[in-house]
Design a binder for this molecule. Structure first.
Ligand SMILES: *[C@@H]1O[C@H](CO)[C@@H](O)[C@H](O)[C@H]1NC(C)=O
Ligand SMILES: *[C@@H]1O[C@H](CO)[C@@H](O)[C@H](O)[C@H]1NC(C)=O
Length: 341
């Protein structure tokens, strides 16, 4: 009898070890140092609508009739972990877009890279939606958008939004939940972002597409629209823009793949739960746009079924009479244009 208990104990121990100890072998990027605004960023446009708090840790970006506003990192980065806590404008925000993204569109006109978090405003009483997207080497005709609702009201409090970008994967986080993991595959070729990028945060008027495809526009009666940013983390290898040699890249700061950054098994469960509850669009399931999903797509049958029920036209088997319909591509090209100031 005693022996059975001993054995049971041993297996329970082993199980717990596997469940809790092994996942923590992966490095969680959430503990990188927070820096003051000035240390990492500089105003980009709409200076009169950018207010730096006296503590120099919090910044307001606002949109009014005169202009939006934005800031950019001093440095270019090749890989890294980039994070900010953001509180979005409240009440009526249709047509308003807040973006937190990496891009090198100003350096590479034809073959730029981009990794986006975009927050799309809404009419009163309806929630903000979040969109993520990735472009590599000018792949703007191949969108890789996903959209989600959130499990909280992002206009009520600050929440942390983060992008982890390594050689082999891109992970988007909301607070401590990974919401999307894009693994680089051979088939993606140049479509995976691989050149140094600048980090940007902006607020702007996207009346022509952001809310119900442009049906609801920005209403300046409710202006100024104010987005607050704080808890800045810029943890990556900064790159000299002239010769592209990496600097400030001591070993502990390096985001390399032998430090196994990634989604732990526990986080993966959270991620899948999030996606099965809150995802409202993914290019991988859009049968109108891609008759055959792009090769990096891993189709989850449960998700497939769920999205098909949610929007049979987009995620069903591409009904013929809808195929010619104006769809995401035109809309997203506009998003793209507007996002790369
Ligand atoms: C990126 O685009 C440029 C110009 O279009 C091309 O010459 C280059 O081969 C591409 N790189 C990759 C990795 O696909
Ligand atoms: C990562 O791996 C490379 C070779 O694979 C090695 O040279 C380098 O020292 C490693 N870096 C760290 C931080 O372990």
């Amino acid at each position: 009898m005693r022996k059975v208990y001993t054995r049971l104990f041993f297996f329970m121990f082993l199980f717990c070890f596997l469940l809790f100890i092994v996942p923590s072998c992966s490095v969680s990027p959430q503990n990188f140092p927070i820096i003051p605004f000035d240390e990492g960023y500089t105003p980009l446009f709409g200076d009169h609508n950018l207010i730096i708090h006296s503590d120099s840790k919090t910044v307001h970006l606002s949109l009014d009739e005169s202009s939006g506003s934005g800031f950019a990192s001093h440095d270019l980065y090749l890989h890294g972990y980039f994070s900010a806590s953001i509180k979005l404008p409240y009440d009526y925000t249709a047509g308003v877009v807040v973006a937190f993204y990496l891009s090198n569109g100003d350096m590479y006109e034809k073959n730029h890279d981009e990794i986006d978090f975009e927050f799309l405003g809404n009419i009163r009483g309806k929630d903000w939606r979040v969109q993520t997207n990735v472009y590599g080497n000018g792949s703007t005709n191949i969108g890789r958008e996903e959209r989600y609702g959130l499990w909280f009201d992002p206009a009520q409090d600050f929440h942390q939004y983060s992008i982890l970008w390594t050689d082999s994967k891109i992970i988007f986080y909301v607070d401590d939940v990974p919401i999307r993991e894009l693994k680089r595959t051979e088939s993606m070729k140049g479509d995976f972002p691989s050149k140094p990028m600048t980090l940007y945060a902006t607020i702007w008027d996207a009346s022509n597409w952001a809310t119900n495809g442009g049906k609801y526009k920005v209403n300046y009666k409710y202006a100024p629209y104010v987005a607050e940013f704080t808890d800045f983390v810029l943890h990556g290898c900064s790159v000299n823009p002239i010769d592209h040699v990496t600097t400030n890249c001591d070993n502990t700061a390096q985001i390399s793949d032998n430090v196994s950054f990634g989604v732990t098994p526990l986080e993966k469960i959270k991620m899948e739960n999030f996606r099965l509850k809150h995802m409202t669009y993914s290019y991988c399931y859009d049968r109108i746009r891609y008759k055959v999903p792009l090769p990096e797509c891993v189709i989850n049958p449960q998700q497939d079924e769920r999205l098909r029920k949610f929007d049979p036209v987009t995620f069903g088997n591409g009904r013929r009479h809808r195929r010619g319909k104006r769809h995401h591509r035109g809309k997203d090209n506009q998003a793209e244009d507007a996002a790369s100031f």
